[in-house]
Design a protein around this ligand. Structure first.
Ligand SMILES: NC(=O)c1ccc[n+]([C@@H]2O[C@H](COP(=O)([O-])OP(=O)(O)OC[C@H]3O[C@@H](n4cnc5c(N)ncnc54)[C@H](O)[C@@H]3O)[C@@H](O)[C@H]2O)c1
Length: 376
């Protein structure tokens, strides 16, 4: 797919035709979900082939600043033209999430004459979304934010919930705000050009939602694995829809992350520690998938799942190419695990799978987790 916009002809993005493009003229299915966890700002989510076109229509007549992942602009057929949205291309990836980049973006927004009435539109994966959301929350004490997520991870997870972040040399996501988007337009066509590892990293988060929260999503991922892996528009839409619905139900019940929201951390206790030990060389979702294997080991040890359910869960992970890979030394993992924000004293608030589509928060001693790790 080629990019048909001219970067030097204009510094604006507006949409004159269906966007990203009218590839297959399929009837557009736009699903609207409302996510309003704190009672302040609702997030409207449009989902399905054609969602980006609908976003483009909404953009007409609005002033704004579009932060666009360069790789997306290069791989997708974006029809960009005139006037209302200033267009800022950035190279997506973790390196983008710094205070220095945020300052550069905020200054570019001033130079583009953005004001309190402007909207910031982030078109990209989680890194562009996190940076864009951070800048939107700071500019003029907070302006409206729209997301057009382009990676599987940003579709199933990061574009909804309002967390924004940049990194410090001392650690990932240490600086951030909560600033939910008012509009999230999810067009499954975008994931077609996403590199394979990133796509699978996002799928791991969908598997997590299925295993921990939604048995129907789990069954869909089982039944339709071939089409999901082929990135079929309809299947991607279904998987994203169910994943977001599960996430939204949890954050609406627990906006302050004191109870049920911890279930979204299924697979993340070991996943985060592994990511830290590997110093970010392995993508987040790939580490989470290994963390899901570990969560199943803990479930086996504590008999919280039947043998048949454990076998089903392990089979699903394998079907998506997530093997039980060898881990780095237990000592190195335990060092990071002990400093996890889910640890209080010697106890971890662990998201424990208790069946297919079921999980519960369980306080588990660090020493018991170390023992289970040493058995695996
Ligand atoms: N805010 C939240 O709630 C939340 C939740 C989970 C993760 N995150 C954050 O999300 C980030 C990871 O996001 P990600 O997995 O989307 O990766 P990413 O945004 O870092 O992008 C990874 C690579 O994929 C490319 N890319 C993205 N979409 C593409 C497309 N459609 N076609 C071609 N290339 C494409 C990017 O250019 C980049 O090179 C991390 O920084 C993580 O901390 C945030």
């Amino acid at each position: 797919m080629r990019c048909h916009h001219s970067r030097n002809a204009t510094n604006a993005i507006a949409v004159t035709r269906p966007w990203p493009h009218d590839r297959d003229h399929r009837a557009c299915r736009v699903i609207t979900l409302h996510c309003q966890p704190t009672g302040e700002r609702a997030t409207e989510i449009w989902l399905g082939a054609g969602a980006a076109t609908a976003l483009a229509r909404r953009a007409v007549g609005r002033r704004g600043f579009a932060l666009i992942d360069d790789a997306v602009a290069n791989n997708q057929h974006l029809e960009l033209s005139t006037t209302t949205f200033h267009q800022q291309l950035v190279r997506g990836g973790e390196h983008l999430k710094t205070l220095t980049t945020a300052e550069a973006i905020l200054r570019a927004m001033v130079n583009a004459n953005c004001d309190r009435g402007s909207v910031l539109l982030a078109i990209g994966g989680g890194s562009v979304g996190d940076l864009g959301g951070f800048c939107a929350s700071l500019f003029a004490r907070g302006i409206e934010l729209w997301h057009a997520p382009t990676s599987m991870l940003s579709m199933v997870d990061s574009s909804v919930g309002g967390k924004t972040a940049v990194n410090l040399p001392e650690g990932k996501n240490l600086i951030g705000t909560v600033h939910p988007a008012t509009l999230v337009a999810i067009d499954p066509a975008f994931v077609r050009s996403e590199p394979e590892t990133g796509f699978r990293s996002g799928l791991a988060e969908a598997i997590k939602m299925g295993l921990g929260l939604d048995a129907e999503l789990f069954a869909l991922l089982e039944r339709q694995s071939a089409l999901v892996l082929q990135r079929d528009d309809e299947l991607i839409t279904d998987v994203v829809h169910r994943s977001l619905a599960a996430k939204i139900a949890v954050i609406e019940q627990d906006p302050r992350e004191t109870g049920r929201r911890r279930l979204l951390n299924l697979g993340h206790t070991l996943g985060h520690a592994l990511e830290a030990v590997l110093e970010g060389r392995t993508r987040h979702g790939i580490c989470v998938a290994r963390g899901l294997w570990f969560a199943l080991d803990v479930a086996r040890e504590l008999s919280s799942m039947s043998k048949a359910e454990l076998a089903r869960a392990e089979q699903l992970l394998r079907r998506y190419g997530f093997e039980r890979t060898a881990l780095p030394s237990i000592a190195s993992l335990m060092t990071f695990l002990a400093h996890d924000k889910k640890v209080i004293g010697n106890v971890v608030h662990f998201a424990l799978p208790t069946g297919i589509g079921r999980s519960e928060p369980r306080a588990i001693e660090l020493s018991q987790l170390a023992k289970i790790l040493s058995q695996g």
